[in-house]
Design a protein around this ligand. Sequence first.
Ligand SMILES: CC(C)(COP(=O)(O)OP(=O)(O)OC[C@H]1O[C@@H](n2cnc3c(N)ncnc32)[C@H](O)[C@@H]1OP(=O)(O)O)[C@@H](O)C(=O)NCCC(=O)NCCS
Length: 146
Amino acid sequence: MKQVICSIATTEKQISACYPLMYQLRPNLAHSEFIARVLHQQKYGYQLLQAICGKTISGVAGFSIGHKLAWGKHMYVDDLITDTEQRSMGIGAVMLKWLENNALQQGCGQLHLDSGVQRFAAHKFYLREGFEISSHHFAKSLCSIE
Ligand SMILES: CC(C)(COP(=O)(O)OP(=O)(O)OC[C@H]1O[C@@H](n2cnc3c(N)ncnc32)[C@H](O)[C@@H]1OP(=O)(O)O)[C@@H](O)C(=O)NCCC(=O)NCCS
């Protein structure tokens, strides 16, 4: 595997460059909406990690630092994806290690994420990387019926 360099995409140009990868995970998100939402979420602590292999963005992950009575100071990871053509090369593991180190540097005691029940391969990956399945996640749509 080529060297993987992880960094935070901060500018609109850098965020835009992450779109083709994020589109693989969130195909319902249009390019302009993706940029607007990342810029908005950044105001509330969201950060976008990019994993660069050579000149290519090979993986992205969103994350934020939060505080909860249950978890204390923690990092929450969402939107983790490796380019479909570059899976099983260790890029996901490099991103998770970077996130774990960053969480530790910021004084977080825990790393959390949700993964859709259908994502069996991702579950295998998280279990391999030392995660435990610690809860069931419940969600209720609040969209009004017209
Ligand atoms: C889960 C994911 C981020 C792992 O990234 P990665 O760069 O392939 O990770 P690594 O190379 O470090 O580890 C690969 C392991 O992940 C697992 N894996 C999960 N999905 C996989 C896929 N589609 N193809 C290959 N391996 C996959 C396997 O256990 C694999 O181990 P193996 O290579 O020994 O079979 C990546 O597969 C992915 O983007 N999946 C689709 C999006 C997704 O489900 N994201 C998680 C949302 S919660």
